[in-house]
Design a binder for this molecule. Structure first.
Ligand code: ADP
Length: 391
């Protein structure tokens, strides 16, 4: 049983081909610069195959991908592919779970695509390309927002005129839902429990924190868009919107320019002036760079604030889990966050915390909250949903 997991961006298409018997990745790769010139990289059997090829559209990328699956002997026949799962960024309140694509689903996707204008149309191009190339293979859509649809109204509403919600759909939708669900399901299996209070910290370049009770999302830090919540690599996270007009006026910027600044030039990059990459920030902190140290303090503080908020919301916590690039790899960020939370009875085992990209329990036996590092796997989650739905 082979399943393709697809993440289509505006000029790229990432894929992983899974063997669902043992959930192993048979091959993976990236088609990029679609609509510009075009190139691909495919990893298979320990080798990387690279080539520059013209890619006018996503349809070209999918056709070349399928041709390469055969010519590199990754599959003998395309009939081996039994389903294709697609990541979709925004499902609004229209989709609260993954679904098989049909005409009605495509119409619904069309009706909500302006809520993620940079992402959803690209995701749809990916789906349409596979519908054309493999017309008999089912396509499944998996939404970044679906896991967060269990939030209550008092949680997802903003304290703004109610008509904005009714007329324009202004509310919190969240993101990284597939990752937070993966962490929740992994812990459910690992702990052999389905009723527990979890604070899931997906801290990569983008970052979000989610409060989960008995397997369901109760609250999450990202909002109407992924700009909200904790401080990130280049995104500000929560700010006071009243700071925008004076900057716009002084720098002669319009609203799109300034939102771009908050998305692309803020966070670690903006505050440190060094880099958006945690490894660079850590290196600068080690050298004693004052702005780097200030940036790190602010970054850790924002994460701590959200964990503390969710601890209270959940009425305590059984598990805190760290995942994604920073969460899986940075022992120092994990330690600083947990040290800030010492009043909750959290204790970290320094030796265990020295883990990179591997599942590990990093709290001591007498810690009041278990703290885990769990590598996320959104592609596998997409493949699992696909398998489940086509069964
Ligand atoms: P994205 O949101 O783009 O998927 P990732 O989850 O890949 O991001 O996370 C990227 C972040 O992870 C970067 O800030 C990077 O510096 C950080 N990171 C990766 N490896 C390490 C490491 N060994 N130590 C500290 N930070 C790391």
């Amino acid at each position: 049983m082979k399943i393709l997991s697809i993440n289509a961006g505006s000029s790229s298409l990432k894929f992983s081909l899974f063997n669902m018997k043992d959930e192993s990745v048979i091959a993976s790769g990236l088609f990029e610069r679609i609509g510009i010139d075009g190139a691909y990289k495919i990893k298979f059997n320990g080798k990387e195959y690279k080539e520059n090829v013209p890619l006018k559209t996503h349809v070209d990328a999918v056709n070349i991908l399928l041709e390469k699956l055969i010519s590199l002997n990754i599959v003998k026949s395309l009939d081996e592919i039994e389903g294709v799962g697609h990541r979709v960024v925004q499902g609004k309140d229209v989709f609260d779970r993954s679904v098989i694509v049909d005409d009605e689903v495509m119409q619904k996707l069309e009706s909500i695509k302006h809520f993620a204008p940079l992402h959803n149309p690209a995701n749809m191009h990916g789906i349409e390309a596979f519908m054309k190339a493999l017309p008999n293979v089912p396509n499944i859509v998996v939404f970044d927002t679906a896991f967060h649809q269990t939030m209550e109204k008092e949680t997802f509403l903003y304290p703004v005129p109610y008509e904005w919600y009714e007329k324009y759909g202004i509310r919190k939708y969240g993101a990284h839902g597939t990752s937070h669900r993966y962490i929740t399901e992994t812990l459910t299996e690992m702990l052999n429990m389905d009723k527990f209070k979890l604070i899931s910290c997906h801290i990569g370049n983008g970052a979000s924190i989610t409060a989960v009770k008995d397997g369901k999302c109760v609250d999450t830090s990202m909002g109407f868009t992924p700009l909200a919540g904790v401080m990130m690599g280049t995104r500000s996270g929560d700010i006071d919107p009243s700071l925008l007009p004076p900057v716009m006026e002084a720098e002669n910027k319009n609203i799109n320019d300034i939102i771009n600044d908050l998305n692309k030039h803020s966070g670690i990059l903006g505050l440190s002036g060094i880099s958006s990459d945690m490894r660079d920030l850590e290196a600068a902190c080690k050298k004693g760079n004052e702005r780097a140290i200030l940036t790190m303090k602010k970054y850790v503080r924002r994460i701590t604030d959200y964990i503390a908020q969710y601890y209270v919301l959940l009425g305590g916590a059984d598990v805190i889990a760290f995942t994604a690039g920073v969460g899986e790899n940075s022992s120092s960020v994990r330690k600083m966050v947990c040290d800030n939370l010492v009043s909750l009875g959290i204790k970290i085992d320094e030796k265990q915390n020295n883990v990179h990209g591997k599942t590990a329990l990093i709290s001591t036996p007498d810690s009041k909250i278990k703290v885990y590092v769990i590598p996320t796997d959104e592609e596998l989650m997409i493949a699992r949903d696909t398998l489940e739905l086509i069964k």
